[in-house]
Design a protein around this ligand. Sequence first.
Ligand code: FES
Length: 157
Amino acid sequence: MFELSKEGIEKIKTELTRYEVKESAIIPALYIAQKENNGWVSDAVIHSLSKVMGLAESRITEVFKFYTMFNQKPVGKYHVQVCTNISCALNGGREMGRHICKELGVDYGQVTEDGKFTVDHVECLGSCGTAPMMQINEDYHENLTPESAMTVLRGLK
Ligand code: FES
């Protein structure tokens, strides 16, 4: 069961006023709802958005399933997205991702036992000049090494 908060509903209604068609507000609405649902979008989230936005669930689902920044299953408190696209790969991004997974004892897409981390590898995050890099929730961490990436992760409470 998921219900948007009053504040969340207000934010989504504000988004709806910003565009000519309701569909344009789906992405910002998904961001708001995902945040309220501990980082992922469930069927109940889609249902709730459909009611608030006055859109068919299928319209929201087709956007949700297209974009990788929306999570289709539960993630840890910290969603670690390691870029393994070309610039990052050439600068050790793939090795860094494997190192992080090994240190945390998970494969890509899994949640650590304590619920703290999910590690994923993703396509270019638009920070190629500071490769290799990773995104943790909404923050970018750049010019990393496997060791400095783990230092960042160990510093998270
Ligand atoms: S290739 Fe990693 S940020 Fe662009």
